[in-house]
Design a protein around this ligand. Structure first.
Ligand code: SP5
Ligand code: ZN
Length: 336
């Protein structure tokens, strides 16, 4: 399978995140890049499709903020990465505040997603990686792998969170629509619910969003991902959440995956996009499913079995020592 990556994606290197009350080394690290790169020696360089596909998903004000947030932070005399610490509670009236702290709180929903010096350049190219992978599939390939990092599925139209800044998968899905795909299905197999993707397409019938994830009653992102969130308006029935308990093993996961694939097949999409997270792995340091490396090959085979043109975009996966093997196992399941 052809795989894509842009070296600029490494310019994003936040030092710390807030986890369980402590500032700890950021889990979404450069070590992940090295692990995946060594497992995929044939990675090709991404091409530049410009800003327009990004602006088809994200608001201009949010993009403007992402571009200058770290500069504003430095100008305010702050050290290190730009971190939010105050958030507008639901129901606060919209205010045009310009102080960097107010803006960070407006556009972030957690304290795990700081804006570092190189974040904008990295996430711009991250989106280009997804678009390059999409282009290959739109040209007729059966599948491709976009090695996206930082992740994207937690980012909404105008918010960042969960280590995500731009929603690579949503950008690819929207671009596929404008290039002639009538219907696109997104099947999210990261450990965490794909809340940003859900929000972006919640009122749309042309993009089906399905997510398999840890039950948000016990796991991040808590406020999204519950089974009764089924879409709204024209999108009613076109969002599906399949939460599972901590400790889920492959035999059980596989059943839910088959259900999800059945829904995808019934939708008859022109394209399938898979946000793939290796954080369902038994050894993941921040997640609690029990999937083994060899299971990812079967997961890839099952998904490949629906016979749809498929773009895979990398999301999470923090067990660095096993990450390369887990990604290679999954991709291997799709055949050559
Ligand atoms: C893309 C992606 O996988 N984003 C995940 C963001 C998760 N951030 C919060 C993690 C909280 C983990 N708390 C459990 C720690 C166990 N020691
Ligand atoms: Zn995740």
């Amino acid at each position: 399978m052809k795989s894509y990556f842009a070296e600029q994606q490494s310019l994003h290197a936040p030092a710390l995140e807030l986890q369980n009350g402590e500032m700890v080394p950021h889990a979404e690290s450069q070590a992940r890049v090295d692990a995946i790169k060594s497992a995929l020696p044939g990675l090709e360089a991404s091409r530049d499709f410009g800003i327009d596909p990004i602006l088809a998903v994200h608001t201009p004000a949010y993009i403007d903020f992402l571009k200058r947030a770290h500069c504003d932070w430095v100008e305010a005399g702050r050290p290190g990465d730009a971190f939010p610490y105050v958030f507008p509670v639901r129901g606060r009236r919209p205010l045009s505040l310009t102080r960097i702290d107010a803006e960070l709180g407006q556009y972030a929903y957690d304290c795990g997603t700081p804006v570092a010096a190189g974040t904008w350049d990295a996430v711009y190219w991250n989106a280009q990686t997804a678009l390059t992978g999409l282009d290959h599939v739109m040209q007729g390939a059966r599948h491709s792998f976009a090695f996206c990092r930082p992740p994207g599925h937690h980012a909404g139209r105008d918010y960042m969170g969960g280590y995500s800044y731009l929603n690579n998968v949503a950008i690819a899905a929207e671009q596929a629509r404008s290039r002639g795909a009538a219907k696109v299905a997104v099947l999210d197999v990261d450990y965490h619910h794909g809340n940003g993707t859900q929000d972006i397409f919640y009122e749309r019938a042309d993009v089906l969003t399905v997510s398999l994830h840890a039950d948000p009653k016990s796991d991040y992102p808590f406020y999204w991902g519950h089974a009764d969130e089924r879409g709204q308006g024209a999108g009613a029935g076109f969002n599906r959440n399949l939460p599972m308990p901590r400790g889920t093993v492959w035999a059980d996961y596989k059943q839910r995956l088959s259900d999800a694939l059945e829904e995808v097949a019934q939708f008859q999409p022109d394209l399938l996009i898979i946000p793939y997270g290796a954080d369902t792995f038994v050894g993941d340091p921040i997640s609690f499913f029990s999937i083994e490396t060899a299971d990812y090959t079967e997961m890839g085979m099952l998904i490949s079995g629906v016979g749809l043109p498929t773009l895979i975009c990398m999301e999470g996966g923090y067990a660095v020592d096993a990450l390369g093997a887990n990604v290679a196992a999954f991709i291997g399941g799709f055949g050559t």
